[in-house]
Design a protein around this ligand. Structure first.
Ligand SMILES: Cc1cc2nc3c(=O)[nH]c(=O)nc-3n(C[C@H](O)[C@H](O)[C@H](O)COP(=O)(O)O)c2cc1C
Length: 359
């Protein structure tokens, strides 16, 4: 395991190893404010090289799920400071994932005065969980006006600045898994007829303008992006031209010098696989750091790093269930199994109570 546990230079940061904790929504933030329990959870896992937080909203409008954190209010920034302090003390670097849910939301999950916004007024199929009334069908969002688009970009910029105030090393734009940024990229959710809809050059405009604006605010070494080419989560069907669109995006993000691209592959969760050719396209076109994720164990992680398929490996469920995952992988120790029934429930059970190995 020569590469996985060695240091890695990510932009201006040195990571203590090549293992990244994937962003995972855990719904432990009542009132959308990060708290001491969350600081404990992340600190337990801070032997990773890089921790990417759970999806965190840059705007009241982006809080689509119950009990997810934000990073737009002073109380949220204060709450995150305790988290980043606890993580830094154990050596991990930390990026906050900026997740604006867009149409994947419900008015019952949103604070007073917030709006469900999306590129077009197209409701997602299926249902979403609310604390107040359980499962509810996805309502149709409002199509964003030009003013709404400008405000949303300004919210991302402010959130990126807040992230540095809160002690994060950078931000990850969540442009995957059917949330707002991907809703602009994909033709099923973007039916606009203005400069933000139509050909890929236009469908990519919102995410590229957002990326440029946050890079302008906090610097390119502090901005990464998560993408899910061939992802279908949250009612985002496959379509002809997907590969061409994502090839264009790889080129555009390379031109803007983002510090990393983080690709999602949910085939280990039953989703269609991301073709190897698509991953290779990103590897060839994007010159800075490439992170691959999805279904990794230690052996596959080391062999993909050794083969040069990527620079870093991100791991989700094994980190969720094993606070000391790095030590367990290193020592070839048995792993705790993740308990799906407590992925999104409030409280410490299934959150901070997964046991570490006895010393
Ligand atoms: C409980 C849970 C919550 C998740 N929340 C997010 C999220 O907030 N943002 C995101 O980009 N991906 C999210 N994901 C996807 C993971 O980041 C990762 O891509 C997925 O779990 C596959 O990797 P794994 O096989 O290592 O678990 C979530 C996954 C799980 C299991």
């Amino acid at each position: 395991m020569a590469i996985l546990y060695s240091k890695y230079v990510l932009g201006s940061l040195t990571l203590q190893n090549h293992l990244v904790m994937s962003p995972m929504t855990r719904n432990r933030a009542p009132g959308n404010i990060p708290n001491a329990l969350m600081a404990e959870y992340y600190a337990q896992r801070a032997t990773a090289g890089l921790i990417i937080t759970e999806g965190t909203s840059p705007s009241p409008n982006g809080l689509g799920y119950p009990r997810i954190p934000g990073i737009f209010s002073p109380a949220q920034v204060e709450g995150w400071k305790h988290v980043t302090d606890a993580v830094r003390a154990r050596g991990a670097k930390m990026f906050v994932q900026l997740m604006h849910c867009g149409r994947i939301a419900h008015p019952l999950n949103l604070p007073a005065g917030a709006r469900m916004l999306a590129p077009s007024a197209v409701a997602a199929g299926g249902e979403i969980y609310t604390d107040a009334e359980g499962m509810k069908p996805h309502p149709a969002p409002q199509a964003m006006t030009g003013e709404d688009i400008r405000s949303a970009i300004a919210e991302y910029v402010q959130a990126a600045k807040n992230a540095l105030t809160a002690g994060f090393d950078g931000i990850e734009l969540h442009s995957a898994n059917g949330y707002l940024l991907e809703q602009f990229i994909r033709p099923n959710t973007n039916q606009r007829t203005d400069g933000y809809g139509g050909p890929i050059k236009n469908r990519a405009r919102f995410v590229l303008e957002t990326a440029e604006a946050v890079v302008g605010a906090i610097g390119r070494d502090r901005v990464g992006i998560r993408l899910s080419p061939f992802g279908v989560f949250n009612d985002m069907p496959l379509y002809d031209g997907m590969e061409v669109d994502y090839t264009y995006l790889a080129q555009q993000f390379d031109a803007r010098g983002l510090v990393y691209i983080h690709l999602v592959d949910h085939s280990s969760m039953g989703a269609p696989p991301v073709p190897d050719a698509m991953k290779a396209t990103f590897r060839n076109l994007f010159k800075r750091t490439l992170i691959l994720s999805g279904g990794y164990d230690a052996g596959r992680a080391e062999s993909d790093l050794a083969a040069g398929k990527c620079d870093l490996i991100a791991v989700g469920r094994p980190f969720l269930a094993n606070p000391d995952l790095v030590a367990r992988w290193r020592n070839n120790a048995a792993l705790n199994a993740p308990d799906m029934s407590t992925f999104y429930t409030p409280g410490l059970r299934g959150y901070t109570d997964y046991p570490a190995l006895k010393k």
